[in-house]
Every structure is written in C-alpha cells, then in structure tokens.
Design a protein around this ligand. Structure first.
Ligand code: CMP
Length: 139
C-alpha cells in the first residue's frame, strides 16, 4: 500500500552535517517528501513522542538528547514507506546495522543513532500529527 511515515534526523545527525546526505538517500530511493522542517522539539512533545518508553531507565536521557538541538522532521510517502524507511535506517543498535544503512554507515551509539522512523501505521499517524499541523503536509 501507499503509506505515509514520519522520519526524523535527530540532533546528532544535524550537528554532524548529515542532513544533506540523508535527504539525498531519501530522494534517490524515490520516496515523495510531503513535509519537511527544521524543528526544535519542545520538551512536552518529546515526552509524548517517546511515551511508550516512559518507564525505561534511559527515558530522561532520551528526552534530553532529542531536545538538545534542532531536528529535521520529514513526512515521507511511498509504497511500503514505513518498513522501507526503517530498512534504510538499519537496526536501532548501530552495532547490528548493516553497512549501506544510515546507522550502519554513520552511527556507533544506540542512543545517538542519527535517525528515527515510525514502526507501524498507528505510530506513523500519531507521530505525523504530533510533528506537523494539517496545513504543513502536501496533499
Ligand atoms: P528510536 O527507535 O528512534 O526511539 C527509541 C529510542 O530509544 C531509540 O531510537 C534509541 O535511540 C533509544 N534507546 C534505545 N535503547 C537505549 C539505551 N539503552 N540507551 C539510550 N537510548 C536508547
């Protein structure tokens, strides 16, 4: 099915100058970008985005990190875009991420792993609504 997913370049990716490289990979893959913005995440939005991890020991660290600088918020559209973007990112733990994936090529830390992608249609819908207002997404 044609899907929309929420992709994000995390603060470490922006700080390290990986934005253009990651957008280049998305364009070459052929996804349609239907939303794009540089965004400083408010703390409350970060806590909501990571709500499912609120009981984890690393929750505070996660929220501190994701609000530590601007992110690039991206709405992608394409055939099986949810799984496809996760496959382009590689495994969450960069130690397990294959070469050729974004994390395999650019990350070493499970916390600072450069990108995010929604893991299901329900997460995609929730995260897109959290990061983009209706009028910010292309039809
Ligand atoms: P993401 O899948 O985008 O959202 C949840 C994040 O939790 C995940 O990326 C990791 O970056 C982060 N995470 C998972 N495990 C740990 C950990 N042990 N320490 C710090 N961050 C973690």
């Amino acid at each position: 099915p044609t899907e929309r997913t929420f992709a994000m370049i995390k603060p470490d990716g922006v700080r390290r100058g990986l934005t253009a490289e990651i957008l280049r990979r998305i364009e070459l893959k052929g996804y349609r970008t239907v939303g794009l913005k540089l965004y400083q995440i408010p703390r409350e939005t970060a806590e909501s985005h990571y709500g499912e991890h609120s009981a984890k020991p690393f929750f505070g660290e996660l929220v501190d990190f994701i609000t530590s600088g601007p992110v690039v918020a991206i709405a992608l559209e394409g055939e099986n875009a949810i799984a496809g973007w996760r496959s382009m990112m590689g495994a969450t733990n960069p130690a397990n991420a294959a070469p050729g994936t974004i994390r395999g090529d650019f990350a070493t830390s499970v916390g600072e792993n450069v990108t995010h992608g929604s893991d299901s249609p329900e997460s995609a819908q929730r995260e897109l609504a959290l990061f983009f207002a209706e009028g910010e997404l292309l039809k």
